[in-house]
Design a protein around this ligand. Structure first.
Ligand SMILES: *[C@@H]1O[C@H](CO)[C@@H](O)[C@H](O)[C@H]1NC(C)=O
Ligand SMILES: *[C@@H]1O[C@H](CO)[C@@H](O)[C@H](O)[C@H]1NC(C)=O
Ligand SMILES: *[C@@H]1O[C@H](CO)[C@@H](O)[C@H](O)[C@H]1NC(C)=O
Ligand SMILES: *[C@@H]1O[C@H](CO)[C@@H](O)[C@H](O)[C@H]1NC(C)=O
Length: 311
């Protein structure tokens, strides 16, 4: 069969299917088409002899409908490493999961100023201050190589078949960790993962980003894009957790209107740019004063409920 004959039937299939699809974009030899939640990528090589069809379904869930999300996402797939990345809210969820797991052996744990050694990196010679649209903003700003979050102790546990880990990353982009091989915490974390492991990264950032006065909605999305782009290089399964609701106490920089906007923008961005990344939305189940123990942190009962989705 010559090349011309090979191309023709493939093109015909696309044309008959076209009425169900929304043309989405074209760049670098890839035409993107959308069909419901499926992003279809058509890739041709520069000599136009072959077309490759890639389809990826975007997986997302909301509230109690997330009960079986994790199980179905990993249906017939196994993983060796489950990593939680985030601020003190993610840390509390991680602690709840570890309590539920029971018999796990701690392998390593560090305080807020030793994350760089946890990640196996060396300090760069000179720590550079952040720009106005990246962290850190408080303790980490006056204490180079330390995290803003206190008590967010990164830790790795061995739980038999799998390793479970928490890594303190409060922002979508920050320069708390500056190593000889990376300028941001997000890059350092991506370099830390061993891509030979089948791993799952459960990740969120939002509450701390909202503290940065210069960070516009658009720049937040840009930072999350940067973060996820680095994560997917070494983490095979990335699941983004929406930012949960706040109680609405006076005097805090976070508010539910903006949280909902950011969640919507991130979901859209992931769907369009990283359809393999999962999205779990816990805004509605955290949207009440009864679900909170302070402005941002949820009650033990709510963390237990969410922990059940991952165990
Ligand atoms: C949960 O799933 C059911 C059935 O698919 C659907 O009708 C319902 O709207 C979903 N609820 C939420 C909060 O997404
Ligand atoms: C870090 O930033 C410096 C200065 O902007 C740049 O020269 C260097 O290439 C960056 N390093 C990495 C690993 O991105
Ligand atoms: C991953 O596996 C390859 C091949 O087995 C090996 O050469 C490489 O060193 C491994 N990478 C890491 C980071 O362990
Ligand atoms: C959150 O709670 C407020 C106040 O009770 C309500 O008006 C709003 O509809 C809720 N939003 C969601 C997404 O549940």
């Amino acid at each position: 069969m010559d090349n011309g004959q090979y191309v023709k039937p493939t093109v015909a299939i696309i044309i008959t299917g076209m009425c169900f699809m929304i043309y989405f974009g074209v760049f670098k030899n890839i035409i993107e088409l959308k069909w419901v939640t499926t992003l279809i990528k058509l890739k041709w090589d520069t000599t136009l002899t072959k077309l490759k069809l890639d389809t990826e379904t975007f997986h997302s869930c909301t509230g109690l409908n997330c009960t079986n999300f994790f199980k179905s996402y990993f249906w017939k797939k196994t993983y060796n490493s489950l990593v939680f990345l985030g601020d003190s809210c993610m840390y509390r969820l991680f602690l709840t999961i570890m309590r539920k797991k029971g018999f796990c052996k701690i392998k390593k744990q560090v305080n807020r100023c030793s994350l760089i050694s946890y990640l196996g990196k060396k300090r760069c010679s000179k720590w550079t201050k952040p720009s106005s649209t990246e962290g850190p903003y408080s303790y980490g700003l006056t204490h180079p190589f330390c995290t803003d979050c206190s008590g967010c102790n990164s830790a790795l546990y061995n739980c038999g078949e799998i390793k479970i880990e928490y890594i303190s990353v409060e922002y979508a982009r920050d320069v708390e960790i500056q190593s000889t091989t990376s300028n941001t915490t997000q890059e350092a974390v991506s370099l830390y993962f061993n891509s030979n492991f089948t791993n799952v990264c459960v990740v969120n950032s939002g509450f701390h980003d909202m503290v940065l006065p210069a960070l516009t909605d658009r720049l937040y999305v840009k930072n999350v894009h940067f973060y996820v782009q680095h994560l997917v290089q070494t983490c095979q399964n990335v699941i983004w957790i929406s930012t949960t609701a706040v109680r609405g106490d006076k005097g805090f920089p976070q508010n539910n209107r903006r949280i909902q906007l950011w969640n919507r923008l991130i979901k859209e961005m992931l769907r369009n740019k990283f359809p393999k990344v999962g999205f779990m939305d816990f805004f509605s189940i955290s949207n009440s004063t009864k679900a909170h123990r302070d402005n941002v942190h949820l009650t033990a009962a709510v963390y237990k409920l969410i922990a059940n989705f991952f165990t």
